[in-house]
Design a protein around this ligand. Structure first.
Ligand SMILES: NC(=O)C1=CN([C@@H]2O[C@H](COP(=O)(O)OP(=O)(O)OC[C@H]3O[C@@H](n4cnc5c(N)ncnc54)[C@H](O)[C@@H]3O)[C@@H](O)[C@H]2O)C=CC1
Ligand SMILES: Cc1ncc2c(c1O)C(=O)OC2
Length: 257
């Protein structure tokens, strides 16, 4: 959690949809957005975890709503966007954070086509469909912002994360195209590429890779979700109103853009 005096009322009254907000980085984004004064719709496929996370933030007095969604299902994505807009009374920001990896460290020979397809369906197609579904409401806001969560694996070349890294490369390319398409509606579209971050989902990552990241960073310590949230807030705020189509790596100085 960021120090609230640092972020103050940066996003006061802004209405933001965060996908994959039940846990991990997305949960920290949702909490940080609330601290900055935003109202947040938290979307996820993990219904039970989502309910708990929404309850936790509500107990702190934050205005959050839970929406269950499967980003691999185009109709579910449309319904999620519509529900978020309805419950928030409009939309100023979208954080495309939900994603899956081809976890388990599977190499190019062993990677299954079905796994590749699922990774692309959630990470790439889901990001496209959610962005498209939210565009009218974001445009109506007068200053909409989309933040796509990429990964430094797309820049570094991550062995045994082939499908995942490729999907994040696609997210970066899509960010640039959407920035040009949505610019006329005064919607900014940017990508943030975190480095390997300590969350439940990266517990499977071999110790050797955690150590490699740690040792190769300019700032030699482990990365935590709070290291990323500030950049998400910035990209959604008026401070970044003329920043669009850009990629911001947030990794303590592991790979440089
Ligand atoms: N943790 C890390 O080291 C890094 C993570 N990232 C990115 O950060 C984002 C968040 O990941 P983490 O917090 O690490 O993992 P996570 O697994 O905790 O979070 C992803 C969330 O997305 C949800 N999700 C998965 N499939 C979904 C679907 N079909 N529909 C709706 N929601 C779905 C999950 O239930 C989960 O809550 C992802 O985009 C990930 O690629 C990027 C770089 C490093
Ligand atoms: C090096 C590395 N290993 C595992 C993962 C990532 C990563 O950057 C990541 O972005 O999500 C899972």
């Amino acid at each position: 959690m960021l120090d609230s005096s640092t972020i103050g009322n940066l996003l006061k009254g802004r209405r933001v949809l965060v996908t994959g907000a039940a846990r991990g980085l997305g949960y920290d984004f949702a909490m940080s957005l609330c601290q900055a004064g935003a109202q947040v719709a938290m979307a996820d496929i993990l219904a039970d975890t989502l309910e708990q996370s929404v309850e936790t933030l509500r107990a702190k007095g934050y205005p959050v709503h839970g929406v269950v969604v499967d980003l691999a299902d185009p109709e579910s994505v449309r319904q999620c966007a519509a529900q978020a807009v309805q419950r928030l009374g409009g939309l100023d920001g979208l954080v495309n954070n939900a994603a899956i990896t081809n976890s388990g460290g599977v190499g190019a020979q062993e990677l299954e086509v079905a796994v590749w397809d699922r990774v692309m369906a959630v990470n790439v197609r889901g990001t496209w469909l959610m962005s498209a579904a939210c565009q009218p409401a974001l445009q109506a806001s007068g200053r909409g912002a989309i933040v796509n969560i990429a990964s430094d694996t797309a820049l570094w070349g991550a062995p045994k994360l082939l499908a995942y890294a490729a999907s994040k490369g696609a997210v970066i390319a899509m960010t640039r195209s959407l920035a040009r398409e949505f610019g006329a509606g005064n919607i900014t579209v940017n990508a943030i590429a975190p480095g390997l971050t300590l969350v439940e989902a990266t517990e499977y990552v071999p110790e050797a890779r955690h150590r490699l990241y740690h040792d190769q960073r300019a700032i030699q310590r482990d990365q935590v979700p709070e290291d990323v949230s500030g950049s998400v807030l910035f990209a959604l705020s008026d401070l970044a109103r003329f920043v669009t189509g850009q990629l911001l790596p947030v990794n303590g100085g592991f790979v440089f853009n």
